[in-house]
Design a protein around this ligand. Structure first.
Ligand code: GLN
Length: 311
């Protein structure tokens, strides 16, 4: 095993001084004021060792990373029936794009673009009230992160999205017209915005990703089956970075999911669960330095899933 503590510290040092940091998302007002100079990284290894550097203990808005946890909950609720309402193909379009929905009859390409995650929320609301679904999500990420009561929902972010998320409102109404949203559009969106408003640190997020590193288990408890964990990771690889997913696989070669808060959760199956955070984004809405940091990490560790393994 390479010296992860040293590598993580080195990456944080390099990213602290980086000049080109991307652009902070401004379409969600509270995110616009997050300082661009933040950078955090946390690596949780299969043996439980945790290595962190930079702003790894500062909570940030996980935004679309919550789509991984929402998908996990929806698969738990309805199993493979979910796939009649959302696809499993990369969209090749922006995370908030509406164009494919017209020709594809309101069925979003995958659960990691906004339209897909909105359908996932609607599926959860088939059995729960919004308040219950939001409570279930909060309990779930706390459990995954190791009972971390400190994880909370940022109501200011949720409210801001409710007030300004016109694209998401359009997506939900459009899918409602196709019959692929069954519940009350406002309640579905309220749930979706609250999921996006989860605030977590890199350390908490990397802890929460352990089930995807370890075949569906956390500390010996089964969260999902091994085959489900593999499938969720496959979707992260093919769709986790929107129209930038191919480039992420090319450069980093790990299942990963980004959010416009500048976080990325990535997993090296059997080896590590990794979270990085830097609020400046590239044009596709993915953390610019977060991706660079992960690229450095896989270069130094050989953790890409495409790296030949012994045995
Ligand atoms: N809440 C954001 C939105 O719906 C999530 C997008 C993202 O993180 N890519 O626009």
């Amino acid at each position: 095993m390479p010296d992860i503590a040293a590598i993580v510290a080195e990456i944080a040092g390099e990213m602290r001084n980086a000049e080109d940091r991307g652009t902070v998302a401004s379409y969600i007002p509270p995110l616009a004021s997050v300082p661009i100079d933040k950078f955090g990284i946390a690596v949780v290894l299969a043996d439980g060792a945790v290595h962190v550097a930079g702003d790894a203990d500062e909570a940030f808005s996980i935004q679309s990373i919550s789509k991984v946890f929402a998908l996990t909950l929806a698969l738990g609720a309805v199993g493979d029936q979910l796939w009649s309402r959302v696809g499993r193909e990369p969209s090749g379009s922006a995370f908030n794009s509406i164009v494919q929905l017209e020709t594809e009859h309101g069925i979003p390409r995958n659960p990691f673009i906004n339209a897909g995650a909105i359908v996932v929320c609607d599926v959860l609301l088939g059995r729960l009230q919004p308040r219950e679904a939001i409570g279930q999500m909060l309990r779930f990420v706390r459990e995954l992160a190791g009972d971390d009561e400190a994880i909370r929902l940022d109501e200011t972010v949720a409210r801001a999205e409710q007030d300004t998320g016109f694209r998401n409102i359009a997506l939900a109404n459009y899918m409602r017209a196709f019959g692929n949203i069954h519940g009350d559009v406002r309640m579905v969106l309220g749930t979706y915005f609250h999921f996006c408003a989860l605030a977590m640190s890199c350390r908490q997020l990397a802890m929460a990703g352990r089930y995807l590193m370890d075949g569906g288990r956390v500390d010996g408890h089964r969260i999902v089956t091994a085959s489900r964990a593999r499938r969720i990771a496959a979707l992260m690889m093919s769709c986790g970075h929107y129209d930038n997913s191919g480039d992420f696989a090319f450069r980093i070669g790990l299942p990963g999911k980004s959010g416009v808060g500048g976080g990325i959760l990535a997993v090296a199956p059997g080896i590590a669960s990794i979270a990085v955070w830097s609020p400046g984004l590239n044009e596709a809405g993915n953390s610019h330095l977060g991706q660079r940091a992960l690229e450095r990490l896989v270069q130094r560790t050989g953790w890409s899933v495409f790296e030949p393994r012994e045995g």
